[in-house]
Design a protein around this ligand. Structure first.
Ligand code: SF4
Length: 90
């Protein structure tokens, strides 16, 4: 079996470095796109609870009045179709 030459190893390492750099750049792009939130209309947001479900016990809630998925200010007592209860929600 033929061993790879040092040139081949260097080429492989360079390729790996480029791959890591590109992956990092894509990660930054993904973070930037995280700001692309749904409108309240798209999320079917309402400013009152749906039964026991409300923003203040949702995993996406960002106190005091923001949401990871929905644009603009929201009410802690609001609700939308993206509701997902926190583990310790009550
Ligand atoms: S219920 Fe909807 S608007 Fe409220 S925090 Fe959760 S995802 Fe955001």
């Amino acid at each position: 079996m033929k061993r790879p030459s040092s040139f081949s190893r260097r080429t492989l390492l360079a390729g790996t470095a480029i791959t890591v750099a590109v992956s990092a750049a894509q990660g930054i792009t993904r973070v930037a796109r995280a700001d692309d939130k749904a409108t309240k209309e798209q999320a079917k947001y309402q400013d009152h609870p749906k039964g026991q479900q409300r923003c203040e016990i949702c995993v996406n809630f960002q106190p005091p009045n923001r949401c990871a998925f929905v644009q603009g200010d929201i009410s802690p007592k609001g609700w939308c179709q993206f509701f997902a209860a926190r583990d310790n929600a009550h």
